[in-house]
Design a protein around this ligand. Structure first.
Ligand SMILES: [Zn+2]
Length: 126
């Protein structure tokens, strides 16, 4: 599988660790949006597109974000997950991601190389 296009959009600086957004195209036929380039402890890495994890309301089955105390649709009290370590770690779930580590490394290298080639981007993170 070839990465045939990478588009980088520098972040506006409102979120401290967010450096840029990225969209890419695979084999000229499949596009993936909302990848994010993040910086933590001087290291840049690529986060896959993700969404907040949802849990169903026991009364109406509507989906609510995992840490919601009350259902957004019927107002029922939801289970307290504040001490749920799994819920804490899995607040977000990837909606698309590489299956093989080798492709993840290839993807990350390609995206970070593209970022490094954009002069204004490089100046912004130094
Ligand atoms: Zn409900």
């Amino acid at each position: 599988m070839n990465i045939t296009e990478i588009r980088i959009t520098p972040a506006d600086g409102r979120e401290k660790s967010l450096v840029a957004y990225c969209s890419l195209t695979l084999d000229d036929c499949f596009a993936v949006h909302d990848l994010r380039v993040l910086q933590k402890r001087e290291r840049l890495f690529v986060a896959m597109p993700c969404r907040k994890r949802m849990v169903p309301c026991p009364d109406c089955a509507a989906k609510n974000i995992v840490h919601a105390r009350y259902c957004n649709f019927c107002g029922s009290t939801l289970a307290d997950r504040s001490r749920d370590e799994f819920a804490e770690r899995r607040l977000y779930v990837d909606v698309a991601h590489p299956v093989k580590e080798s492709f993840r490394n290839e993807l990350e290298h390609a995206i970070l190389s593209k970022c490094a080639s954009i002069q204004s981007f490089v100046n912004g993170i130094e």
